[in-house]
Every structure is written in C-alpha cells, then in structure tokens.
Design a protein around this ligand. Structure first.
Ligand code: NAP
Ligand code: MG
Length: 504
C-alpha cells in the first residue's frame, strides 16, 4: 500500500474516486460523542481515525471517549431517565420507536452507503442491514405494551409482581453489522423504558453516530448516548460503571468473559451475544445445487463476518464430491470487488488486523494438513491491492481438533468434513465450545427435526440460513452467550422484577 502522501500525489483510481465522492456525500456532519442530546468533544479532546477498508483511506476522525466521557454520558442518561423518560407511557415510547424506524427507512440509501464505506460490506447487504435495523424498532414498537404483571392474594396479603426498567443500561457492540447491532440493542432497551449509553466498535462508529444525529429530534435528550472509543477505554468504562444497572454486550467470547467479570464487581445483570463456529449438516437426499447455494450463503454472506456463519460443513460422503465441486464453482462465480458496486458479492474484511488474523488461521490450517479446495490467501488482483480482501476459502482434510475447525475465524473460510455415521457426525458437530447456530439440509423433515434437536445450539435453520425474523429468539448455547435478542424475551432482559406486597 502507498503512504498517505503518495496517495494524495497519485491520480486516484476509479474505485478511490468513487469512495471519495460517496464519502463527501454521506459522512456524518458530527463525529463527536453524542451525550445528553448534543455532539460534544471528548473530555481529553482526543480523536481516532476510522478508515475505509476498500481503499485504506482515512474516512474521518472520531472523538475518542474515555472513562470521564462515559461518566458524563451515564449522568446524562440518569437525568433523562429521572426527569423525562420514566414518565413516558408505553404508547409514547411506541411512537418514538416507530418514528425512529420511519427515519431509518427515509435515510436508507445514505445509511447503507455509509455502512459500506466504514465496514466494507457489499452495499446490497448493507441495504438489507438498514431494513433489518428499521424492523427492530418496528417490532419492539409493536410489543412495547407487553408488560403483564401478576397478582397473588390470600387472607394476609394482596400482592402485585411488576416489571420495571433498570434505568440506565450500558451496551457494547461489534463492527460486523454496526447499524443492525445498534438497533438490536437500542430498540428493546428503549421499548422497556431504559436510557442507554452505547459504545460502537472503533472500526465502525459512523452509522451509530449518524443514527443519533437523525433521531435527535425524536428521542428526548439523554435517552440515547453514543460514546465511540477503544474497547479497553470507553468499553471497559461502560463494563464496570457503578451507575449502569444492566449490560448488554455483543462481540467475541474472550471480551464477553471480561465484560462478565467486570459486571461481577458491580453485581450488574449482563446479557452476552458472543462468537460461533456453527455446523451445517448436509444429508445425501438433498438436491446438490440447493445444498451448494445454502452452504455458500451460510459461510460467505458478509464476508464470513457473521457470528452465526455456517463455518463447519458436515456433508454426507455419498454427495460430498458433488457438493464440494459445486462450492468451488460457486466461488469461481463470485464477484469480489468494490462493495459500492451492486454486482459485488464479496467485499473486503473490516480491517488489516482482521485480514492478518484470517491469514494466520489459513497458514495454521495448511500446517495442520488442510488442503485448500479453493482460495487460501489474498486475491491476486492488482485492482484489489489497497483493500482488505481475503479469498473465499474451502479447507478439506483437517482433523476436527485443528484450530481452523475449532476457533472462530470470522472470515470467508469453510472447513469441510465428510460423514457416513450419524452419531459420530453429531458428536463432532457438537465438539466445539460454541453453540450459537446450526443448519440442516435435507428433504426428510423428521430427520431434519431430529438433527435440529441433536445440535447443541440456540438457533437451527432447516433448509435456509441467516434468516432472522424479529419475534424469533436469537442467542447462544454454551460459550456463545447468555440471553436472547429479537424477541419478547429480550424485553425481560431489560427489566427487573418488583414485588409490592400489600398487607390485608
Ligand atoms: P470484540 O473484540 O469482542 O469487540 C466487541 C466490542 O467490545 C467492541 O465495541 C470493542 O471495542 C469492545 N471491547 C473490546 N475490548 C473491551 C473491553 N476490555 N471491555 C469492554 N469492551 C471491549 O469483537 P469484534 O472483533 O469487534 O467482533 C467480532 C466478534 O463478535 C466475533 O467473535 C463474533 O462472533 C462476535 N459477534 C457476535 C454476535 C452475536 O450476536 N452473537 C454478533 C456479532 C458479532 P473496540 O472495537 O474499540 O475494541
Ligand atoms: Mg471503518
């Protein structure tokens, strides 16, 4: 890659020019912290850069929040809670959530472009994320009144059991679906009646900041606060704040464990959406082309940067060769390129660090005896040299205990296993520390149901993948997390139970 000064001197390529033009159009006007309804610089007045992973160019500087800023945000959130938000009826909150959804939809194209610039995902996928974000707010607007209580009476007492919001919650999100993850967090927190301090990932803070800007007139000041910054600064300050009553974290299992430990110090309730290494099981009765399309989507959607990615394929040996040939052909047909181009199937990864992490896994896989059926490195294409690209990769022949089969790579890398004995296959499918999701592909519905039950994971797709409909709980078994998102159950994660016992 050329240095910044070289880039300035050189004539921009078509892709660089396109990204500069798009940035000039959609970068948010404000990239300070959003606290108490206004954009304010960080107390230490420091900033960090966010870059475009397609071109390597710096997009903009963003305020670097630290503990003092998180303190300010928490204070603003409590003030908003005590003085305003606590008095909002469910109906008023419903109108706020609906107005947020409308606003997101009105600005859908702009938000999708911004997401693509900051994260590198194909703009068609960014558009789906924006729609998904709006749907979160609509879904929680729809169930905002779902807050049934209980009563208990006997000769001594007449008691009510009610659910109340926590007050101020802390939310920490990753970079792979920046706007969608923000909406998964904000919508239920607000629906349940809380104010929030949200820390976006340092690689992709822009869509959350733009959302704050767009909804500034809809949400009372201080109800939503956005504090971008580094994980070990702003993130850690959220995770162990004395005045935050509930934490919701999405990210890696390693950081999730740290957040949970921090939460122990303040005895704060915590929900975690963590990593995955999900199995996708193909039975021999399956139409090969159907299997190929589903498996390719399961691993390559969003460049494999999906916590639920189907990253371990268990294909029955009767059709294994055909399915693998089909997958290699599907990879050949994929368009790897500029994510602002509608025709692009696979964009860059989010950062150089993520490229290097994926390449390290590929090297280890090779050492461990894996054979690349396709891919295995970075694309050999001068036009892609500035971007954080990794080839879609299929690895055959690995032992299931190899690192590339056990650990979350979070890239476009599928490890392949052939099976003929069902029980042995299920044992391997479950032999990872994760349990987020899984896929079953067969036309035998009884078999599909049995396998769905046999896989230890919180979400199983039969003959589809990645389809997440609001209303259907999403979350992990084992080390993939605690709690469920996207559902009525989520509202309860943002409420605490109070018993009011009236003596008769
Ligand atoms: P990550 O490193 O765990 O970061 C997630 C968030 O935590 C970021 O905002 C990060 O800030 C922050 N953070 C880092 N260190 C922290 C600390 N010590 N205290 C508090 N916060 C801290 O994960 P990532 O690399 O961004 O995202 C990829 C991972 O997320 C994958 O493992 C993936 O499976 C998982 N994920 C899970 C789901 C799900 O729903 N289960 C969804 C999406 C992603 P910085 O970015 O500034 O460091
Ligand atoms: Mg970025």
């Amino acid at each position: 890659m050329s240095s910044d000064s070289d880039t300035e001197m050189a004539e921009p390529t078509a892709v660089q020019q396109r990204h500069r033009d798009a940035a000039a159009e959609v970068l948010p006007a404000h990239t300070d912290l959003y606290i108490g309804g206004e954009f304010v610089p960080a107390a230490a007045t420091e900033t960090f850069e966010t870059t475009d992973p397609t071109t390597g160019a710096v997009l903009t500087d963003v305020a670097r929040g630290r503990r003092a800023d998180v303190d300010r945000a928490v204070e603003a959130a409590w003030e908003a809670f005590d003085e305003t938000w606590v008095d909002y009826s469910a109906g008023q909150r419903q109108r706020v959530l609906t107005a947020i959804a409308d606003t997101i939809e009105t600005h859908a194209d702009e938000l999708a472009q911004l997401e693509t610039l900051d994260n590198g995902k194909p703009v068609s996928e960014a558009a789906a994320d924006v729609q998904g974000a709006a749907e979160q707010f609509r879904y929680f607007a729809g169930i905002v009144r779902e807050n049934p209580g209980e009563t208990m009476t006997d000769s001594q007492r007449q008691a009510q059991v009610i659910k109340e919001p926590y007050g101020v919650v802390g939310q920490i999100i990753p970079w792979n679906f920046p706007l969608m993850m923000a909406s998964w967090k904000l919508a239920p927190a607000l629906a349940a009646g809380n104010c929030t301090v949200l820390k976006p990932a340092e690689q992709t803070p822009l869509s959350a900041l733009r959302l704050a800007e767009l909804i500034g007139d809809i949400v009372p000041d201080g109800v939503v606060n956005i504090v971008p910054g580094y994980g070990d600064e702003a993130g850690a300050a959220v995770a162990n704040h004395d005045d935050i009553r509930k934490l919701a974290f999405t990210g890696s299992t390693a950081v999730g464990k740290q957040v949970m430990k921090s939460a122990a110090d303040t005895v704060t309730d915590v929900t975690l959406e963590l990593g995955g290494k999900s199995p996708i099981v193909v039975f021999p009765d399956t139409d090969v082309q159907t299997a190929v399309s589903l498996v390719a989507a399961a691993i390559f959607y969003n460049t494999g940067e999906c916590c639920e990615a189907g990253s371990r394929l268990f294909v029955h040996e009767e059709i294994a060769d055909e399915v693998l040939d089909g997958l290699v052909a599907a990879v050949d047909d994929m368009t790897i390129g500029d994510p602002l181009d509608d025709a692009t199937d696979l964009g860059p990864k989010v950062s150089r660090a993520q490229v290097n992490r994926t390449l390290d896994y590929l090297k280890r896989a090779q050492k461990d005896g894996g054979e690349f059926l396709t891919g295995g490195g970075q694309p050999d294409d001068e036009a892609l040299a500035d971007g954080c690209y990794v080839e879609p990769t299929l690895i055959d022949g690995l032992s299931h205990d190899a690192a590339a089969a056990q650990e979350e790579i979070f890239g476009p890398v599928l490890t392949v296993f052939r099976w003929d004995d069902y029980d042995e296959m299920i044992e391997l499918a479950n032999d990872v520390e994760y349990g987020l999701a899984g896929g079953v592909i067969t036309e035998d519905i009884s078999q599909a149901n049995k396998t769905a039950r046999d896989i230890e994971a919180g979400y199983i797709w039969i003959n589809s993948y990645h389809d997440l409909a609001p209303g259907l709980p999403f979350g992990g078994y084992k080390q993939s997390g605690i709690g469920r998102e996207l559902s009525a159950e989520t509202l309860d994660h943002y409420r605490q139970t109070k018993t009011i016992n009236l003596s008769l």
